[in-house]
Design a protein around this ligand. Structure first.
Ligand SMILES: NC(=O)c1ccc[n+]([C@@H]2O[C@H](COP(=O)([O-])OP(=O)(O)OC[C@H]3O[C@@H](n4cnc5c(N)ncnc54)[C@H](O)[C@@H]3O)[C@@H](O)[C@H]2O)c1
Length: 313
């Protein structure tokens, strides 16, 4: 692909910073919008990236997009916490639906626009029972967050039908990796507690399962999605199912600890089991997840150790 302008919204966040890092290794020009609500400036090399600090819902964001005239947008900025979405449904919808629409509308005004890559989520499936989940399974979100991601996809599909708006929506499974800020995922939460010798909290019996996919593999998929020849919805996952109890066992092994968890009640909005087929995206892009859960956790362990060494120095 020749040199293009690529805008990453939420580019200072957990996944965004990894995508920016990957994009900087390509000939493309990289632009970022982030309101810094959970992202960090230091997560990206500002010398090499044009950063606009603003809210995706704002007029400033629209003006910026018009000025940059990106060929591609990777839209990651969002309210990402399921529990926050339950407590503040309007806020969640405002950022995830209205904010997404604001970015879509701005892109529609860009003459050379080539594709909108949208970070969707396995939360769209909710408690859909048949595993592995395929992209054509009936969405049954059980949280406002899952609902807002589904509606984002629907707007993209509709704009594609009405006006040929080009898009790819990637439904990520549970993403993990070194996470410095923002809402914690189960693995980061376990890690933080266990490093201090504390018991992590497990909601329910711990036999609920998730499809854990490493952040480096997600970043790779997002870059490949720019080139995918067909619009549509794609799962990004490992197609492996691991229980929360097994995650704890692997982490106890890595840390050489024998920590027992503290069990609490199940939470509303949490699904019981999750595993997503990744066949569709693999077939169209050649992407493959390169990290098994133990390999990804080992990488995370090394990243943490390096970070701690830097802090000590
Ligand atoms: N992490 C996961 O497990 C996971 C799973 C499925 C989908 N996703 C999706 O991937 C995307 C990135 O998630 P993440 O884990 O990197 O989250 P994150 O919170 O680390 O990153 C989100 C970034 O967006 C920015 N942001 C938030 N609201 C904004 C707003 N209104 N305007 C401008 N910037 C705003 C934040 O400051 C942050 O830098 C999100 O859309 C999320 O829903 C994540």
């Amino acid at each position: 692909m020749s040199k293009k302008r690529i805008l990453v919204t939420g580019g200072c966040g957990f996944i965004g910073a990894r995508v920016v890092q990957n994009l900087l290794a390509t000939p493309h020009e990289v632009f970022v919008i982030d309101d810094m609500s959970s992202g960090e400036r230091s997560a990206i090399p500002e010398m090499l990236v044009d950063l606009k600090v603003c809210d995706i819902r704002s007029e400033a964001a629209r003006k910026y997009i018009k000025g940059v005239a990106p060929h591609f947008v990777i839209h990651l900025a969002a309210q990402i916490d399921v529990q926050v979405s339950l407590a503040k449904q309007q806020l969640d919808a405002d950022i995830n639906i209205m904010g997404t629409l604001n970015v879509i509308e701005a892109c529609k005004e860009v003459a050379e626009f080539e594709r909108f890559v949208f970070a969707s989520s396995a939360a769209v499936y909710g408690n859909s029972v048949e595993l592995p989940l395929m992209e054509d399974a009936l969405p049954m979100p059980i949280s406002p967050y899952g609902m807002s991601k589904w509606i984002g996809e629907q707007y993209l599909e509709l704009n594609n039908e009405m006006a040929g708006f080009p898009y790819c929506a990637l439904r990520f499974a549970n993403v993990y990796g070194e996470k410095r800020t923002g809402a914690k995922d189960v693995i980061s939460e376990f890690w933080d507690k266990m490093r201090n010798g504390e018991s992590p909290i497990i909601h329910g019996d711990g036999e609920q399962t998730r499809d854990f996919v490493y952040v480096g593999d997600i970043a790779e998929a997002l870059v490949l999605a720019l080139d995918v020849p067909k619009n549509g919805i794609y799962n990004i996952s490992t197609n492996e199912q691991t229980s929360i109890n097994d995650v704890l066992r692997v982490m106890n092994g890595l840390l050489q600890t024998d920590i027992v968890p503290e069990h609490r009640m199940n939470r509303i909005g949490d699904v019981r089991d999750s595993r997503l087929s990744n066949q569709k995206f693999q077939a169209i892009s050649g992407w493959q997840p390169l990290h098994t859960l133990s390999k990804g956790l080992e990488q995370m362990y090394l990243d943490r150790k390096n970070q701690e060494l830097v802090l000590v120095k």
